[in-house]
Design a protein around this ligand. Structure first.
Ligand SMILES: Cc1cc2nc3c(=O)[nH]c(=O)nc-3n(C[C@H](O)[C@H](O)[C@H](O)COP(=O)(O)OP(=O)(O)OC[C@H]3O[C@@H](n4cnc5c(N)ncnc54)[C@H](O)[C@@H]3O)c2cc1C
Length: 396
C-alpha cells in the first residue's frame, strides 16, 4: 500500500506509530514532522540526563528512519510553518503526536510570581532545549510541588554530586549551575497520601541511595510504601529532603523577599517558606495547535485525522505506553485508510530550504558524541542556529 501518512511529532509516540505502520506496510510513505531540528522529543529533552539506559530507546527510533525509511522533516512547526489544512490536503492521514510542552499552572493565587518555575521549563533549561529559558536561581530552600516521577527526577539531579553525574549527558552550563547551587533543604509537597503518591518505588530507592540525600517523612505518613520507608531509613546525607503529603497548595505570596506557600492539610492550614517553587504537576498544550477542537474531530472519526501519546491522553503514561498505543493506532489507520495518489505528500515541502532531514540529525549526533568529554557521554549542541547551520557540521 503506498498511502502517504504525516505524523506530527518525532517523540516516542510518533516514532513508535511510524515503526508499527512500516512494519505492517513497508511501502507506506511515512513522514515525521517536528518543530525542533532534532528528533525524539522528551527522550532528548525530558528523560533525565543521568538515565542513559532509558534514553537508549533513541537507537531503536533511529532505525525507523535508517532501515524502515520513515522521513524526518525537522524544524517545521505545524500550526505556524504549515497549517493543519495544508497537511491534511497533502496526506492520506495525519497523526497528531505533538506531546504537551507547556507546564500546567498551579491554578492558585500567586502561581505566576517570580521564583515559581514549571518542571518542564526547568528540565528544558537543564537539558539544553533550544527554546529553554535561563536556569533559575533556586536559593537555599526550594519547594517542589508534585510527587510524580518528574518531581523525583528533579530532586535527584539537584542532589547529585559531580561524581554522581559521570556518564550523563548534562551540559557544561547546567553542570556549573548545579555545582554553584546553595540548596540547604528541599521540601516536597503533594496532595495525596504517601501511599497514593505517583512516583515509582525504583525512583525513590535511587534517590535514597545518593550520598547527599537525607529523606524525611512526617509522622503522619503511616501509609508510606516499603520503598519510601526503606529509602528514608537508608539515606543519611547532609541535604534534607522532606516530603509533606496530604498538603494541598492554596496560595503563594511574596513575604520578606522570599515566597510563602499556604497548604491545607488534615490538621489545618500551614505555611511553608520557600526561596523558589518548582511545580511538577503535569503538562498542557502550548497552544500552537487547537488541541481541543482537533481531538473532537479525532473522536468523531470525521476522517483521516488521528492522535496518540501525550497529545491525546494528557501527560500520563511513560514510553512503553506510547509503544502499545502506537501499535494499536497503526492497525486502526491501516484498516481505515484510503490512499489517493493525487495527494502530494512530502512534495508539499519541496521548496522549503529551512527544513532538515534525518541525515542532518545523524551529522549532529556524530558531532555531539565526538565532543563528549571523559565525564559525559555526549555534549549537546543547544543553540537553534548551531543546530541548523550546515557550516557547523563540516568537521563532523
Ligand atoms: C521530565 C520528564 C521525564 C520523563 N522521564 C521518563 C522516563 O525516565 N521514562 C519514561 O518511560 N518516560 C519518561 N517520561 C515520559 C515520556 O517522556 C513520555 O511518555 C513521552 O515522551 C510522550 O511521548 P510523545 O511522543 O507523546 O510526546 P513528546 O515526547 O513530547 O514528543 C512530542 C514531539 O512533538 C513535537 N511537536 C510539538 N508541537 C509540534 C508542532 N506544532 N509541530 C511539529 N512538532 C511538534 C515536539 O518538538 C516533540 O518532539 C518523562 C517525561 C518528562 C516530562
Amino acid at each position: 500500500m503506498s498511502a502517504k501518512i504525516a505524523i506530527v511529532g518525532a517523540g516516542p509516540s510518533g516514532c513508535y506509530t511510524a515503526q508499527a505502520l512500516l512494519k505492517r506496510a513497508p511501502d507506506l510513505e511515512v513522514d515525521i514532522l517536528d518543530a525542533q531540528p532534532v528528533p525524539y522529543g522528551l527522550v532528548r529533552y525530558g528523560v533525565a540526563a543521568d538515565h542513559q539506559g532509558t534514553k537508549g530507546v533513541a537507537r531503536q527510533f533511529a532505525r525507523v528512519f535508517t532501515r524502515q525509511n520513515a522521513h524526518f522533516i525537522g524544524n517545521l512547526r505545524v500550526g505556524r510553518d504549515v497549517s493543519m489544512e495544508e497537511l491534511r490536503g497533502a496526506y492520506d492521514a495525519v497523526v497528531l503526536a505533538a506531546g504537551l510542552s507547556a507546564d500546567r499552572p498551579l491554578g492558585i493565587p500567586g502561581d505566576d510570581l517570580p521564583g515559581v518555575i514549571g518542571s518542564g521549563a526547568l528540565t528544558r533549561a537543564l537539558y539544553e532545549h533550544p527554546e529553554a529559558q535561563a536556569l533559575p536561581e533556586l536559593g537555599e530552600a526550594p519547594v517542589v510541588i508534585g510527587t510524580g516521577n518528574v518531581a523525583i527526577d528533579i530532586l535527584r539531579l539537584l542532589a547529585k554530586t559531580p561524581e554522581e553525574l559521570k556518564g550523563s549527558d548534562l551540559g557544561p552550563v547546567p553542570t556549573d549551575w548545579l555545582a554553584a547551587r546553595k540548596i540547604r533543604r528541599i521540601t516536597v509537597v503533594g496532595r495525596s497520601t504517601a501511599g497514593a503518591a505517583k512516583f515509582s518505588p525504583v525512583m525513590v530507592k535511587e534517590l535514597g541511595e545518593l550520598s547527599q540525600v537525607d529523606l524525611r517523612l512526617p509522622g503522619c505518613a503511616q501509609d508510606a510504601g516499603e520503598a519510601l520507608q526503606a529509602a528514608v531509613a537508608a539515606s543519611a546525607g547532609p541535604l534534607p529532603i522532606e516530603f509533606r503529603f496530604q498538603s494541598r497548595p492554596v496560595a503563594l505570596e511574596q513575604a520578606d523577599g522570599a515566597l510563602r506557600l499556604t497548604v491545607e492539610t488534615p490538621q489545618g492550614v500551614e505555611q511553608i517558606a520557600a526561596t523558589s517553587v518548582i511545580s511538577a504537576i503535569g503538562f498542557t498544550s502550548d497552544g500552537a495547535l487547537d488541541r481541543g477542537a482537533l481531538l473532537q474531530e479525532v473522536e468523531a472519526g470525521t476522517g483521516r485525522l488521528y492522535a496518540t501519546g501525550w497529545f491525546r491522553n494528557g501527560s500520563v503514561g511513560a514510553i512503553p505506553q506510547c509503544r502499545e498505543e502506537g501499535q494499536r493506532l497503526a492497525q486502526q489507520i491501516l484498516d481505515e485508510i484510503t490512499p489517493d495518489p493525487a495527494r502530494p505528500g512530502r512534495a508539499l515541502f519541496a521548496d522549503r530550504s529551512d527544513v532538515v532531514d534525518f541525515d542532518h540529525w545523524l551529522q549532529l549526533d556524530a558531532r555531539e558524541l565526538a565532543a563528549a568529554t571523559d565525564q559525559r557521554c555526549r555534549q549537546k549542541i543547544h543553540l537553534r542556529e548551531e543546530l541548523l547551520r550546515p557550516a557547523n557540521l563540516q568537521d563532523a
